[in-house]
Design a protein around this ligand. Structure first.
Ligand SMILES: Nc1ncnc2c1ncn2[C@@H]1O[C@H](COP(=O)(O)OP(=O)(O)OP(=O)(O)O)[C@@H](O)[C@H]1O
Length: 570
């Protein structure tokens, strides 16, 4: 079953692999013929016929052998690379289409090790492993046929011993696979821990946690080594078992054969030839065991690759660029949602309405479920009950690509991707024109920043580039979202304090955008809410009040309190 799946990786390459295998065989045959041809050359020295023929043959064998072997091994490597490429492509394709809910549970470092490490492990088993095992099996069968021709009784003894030991080796194989799986898991854990430390590098240093983090990564590395040693141990055992098999078979054949020679039922020469063939079995058996070990490694790697490939993915439908640009509204109707079966309700009957156009603010204490509203609107998650309507259409009826194309989404931490400022701005709208780009920059008051950067729009920002301030990051994210021409802009305001200038700019930007499209903002500052056309107050998974700032200050105690404390007014 598993092996069938493993072979599925090879199927697209089977022709090239076959040619490679045949070339390798021809190469070996040419090599094998050389001693024979050399013998003819030597014979020719003694005057037995012309030397030209054998010499020509020898030269041809050398040349053909060299070229064909080189070609064969090149094809083999090429197939290996092709298999790795195919596995990586499929894996990466799947990884970027997973559902957010699943990615929440996965560790980035571990995912990375599956794409880089486990795919590489597939290569050796699927190319050399298969080809050499097939070659070895041929050799084995050939030798056994020759032995059968020599003496049936002795062959029976030999096979009996080999089958017993072969059974033992078969028992060892799953253990190798398990240990190999655990070794790969430990490598994945190492990646995950390292990733965590690198993501929070400054915090690690500031917390004086270097030693501890080093130790945690080191522990995972030690686990990988231990499991690797287990693999080595079982592999050696399998090797010893095969060696023993041959030795025991040798002794048994010698004893029984000797007795048969003594009783005159077997010729001495046959016994000698039989024993020679017995030792002929050693290399192919060794190769088969090696192939078996490689197979276990490949299966272990495939299991980890499959785990990701079997996760459900979002449909990879083409994104429809809807011509419509008019603002759209949103309705939440008794929405019930929890992040997992075993998690508490985050939304417990959330209902509110946002008409098209204008500025609506979501406010409420931390953990009230505000960001979750955005997660549901983007369909990162699905509500368990209730109804969400966007632009008059049930959210479940929107093709996901079309839905997301209609929304602009600005995350709270507004991440800047490594690359130039231009790449960052055009990330959500690759084909925006220069004019649109210029306009978005002007509207988000980023002209200053662009002017200040050494290479303007082409300056590298983010990782290994110029680090932007919180306010600048937020406005870059808004510009990025605006270039997508959203019909509904979702803006999770940064909680961090902005200075007065930045706050004023942000307020202007939001107010201006709200004249053209629907803006739904999770508000953390009073300047945003006082400007809002409507404020939705959330508390503990439901909506407790809706109104304007003035209405709510008069009517809602929680809002009054929030306004007095959270929004920093006296
Ligand atoms: N991806 C997630 N997986 C599991 N639980 C989550 C996830 N995201 C949020 N939660 C939980 O859901 C609850 C609501 O979170 P949410 O982010 O919606 O609140 P919020 O009102 O936006 O809070 P804040 O203002 O602090 O951002 C919290 O208790 C949080 O721990």
């Amino acid at each position: 079953m598993m092996i069938k799946e493993l072979l599925a990786y090879v199927r697209p390459h089977r022709k090239v692999l076959l040619v490679g295998g045949v070339l390798s065989l021809i190469g070996s045959a040419a090599g094998l013929s050389m001693p024979l041809l050399a013998k003819y050359v030597v014979d020719a020295f003694g005057g037995a016929g012309s030397m030209a023929g054998p010499l020509l043959g020898l030269t041809a064998a050398v040349l053909i052998g060299a070229v064909v072997s080189a070609g064969g091994s090149y094809l083999m490597e090429r197939t290996g690379e092709g298999i790795v490429l195919g596995a990586r492509r499929r894996l990466v394709d799947r990884m970027l289409r997973l559902r957010v809910a699943d990615v929440d549970r996965l560790k980035p470092g571990d995912l990375l090790s599956r794409v880089t490490g486990d795919t590489t492990l597939l290569r050796s088993v699927l190319t050399n492993g298969i080809v050499e095992s097939v070659g070895a099996a041929f050799m084995l069968v050939g030798a056994i046929i020759m032995m059968a021709a020599m003496d049936g009784v002795l062959l029976l003894i030999t096979l009996l011993v080999i089958v017993v030991i072969g059974g033992l080796v078969a028992l060892i194989m799953p253990k190798i696979q398990r240990a190999q799986s655990q070794a790969q898991e430990a490598v994945g854990e190492m990646g995950a821990v390292l990733d965590r430390a690198l993501q929070a590098y400054r915090t690690v240093k500031a917390s004086g946690a270097e030693e501890r983090e080093i130790a945690v990564v080191g522990d995972a590395a030690v686990r990988a080594r231990d499991r690797g040693l287990q693999v080595a141990g079982w592999t050696s055992l399998a090797g010893v078992a095969t060696w023993m098999a041959v030795q025991i078979a040798f002794l048994c054949v010698l004893a029984v054969g000797g007795a048969r020679v003594a009783s005159g039922t077997l010729e001495v020469s046959s016994l000698i030839a039989f024993l020679l063939y017995l030792f002929y079995l050693v290399p192919p058996i060794g190769q088969l065991v090696q192939g078996g070990v490689q197979l276990q490694q490949g299966l272990a790697a495939m299991k980890r690759i499959k785990e990701i490939e079997e996760l459900p993915a979002e449909p990879a439908e083409p994104v429809v660029v809807a011509g419509a640009v008019e603002p759209i509204g949103v309705t939440f109707q008794d929405v019930v949602f929890r992040y997992g079966e075993d998690r508490p309700l985050v939304h417990d009957g959330v209902s509110f309405e946002v008409p098209p156009g204008g500025l609506t603010a979501l406010v409420g204490p931390s953990g009230a479920g505000k960001s979750t509203v955005f997660g549901l609107l983007e369909r990162f998650y699905e509500q368990q009950d209730g109804k969400i309507v966007i632009g008059g259409r049930d959210i479940r009826d929107w093709p996901i690509g079309e839905l997301r194309a209609a929304l602009g989404y600005v995350e709270q931490d507004a991440p800047v991707l490594a690359g130039s400022l231009r790449e960052n701005l055009l990330f959500a709208a690759q084909d925006a024109t220069e004019e649109e780009l210029r306009r978005a920059i002007a509207r988000t008051r980023l002209d200053d920043l662009v002017g200040r950067l050494p290479e303007g729009l082409e300056t590298a920002v983010g990782h290994r580039g110029v680090l932007l301030s919180g306010g600048e990051r937020q406005r870059v994210a808004i510009a990025r979202a605006l270039l997508r021409k959203p019909r509904l802009l979702l803006l999770d305001e940064a909680t961090s304090q902005l200075d007065a200038v930045n706050e004023m700019r942000l307020r202007e930007v939001i107010a201006e955008v709200a004249t053209e499209t629907t803006v739904l903002v999770i508000a953390h500052r009073l300047s945003t809410v006082t400007n809002a056309d409507r404020i939705v107050v959330m508390e503990a998974g439901s909506v407790r009040a809706v109104g304007t700032h003035d209405e709510l200050v008069g009517a809602d105690s929680l809002y009054r309190e929030l306004a007095a404390t959270q929004f920093l007014v006296s």
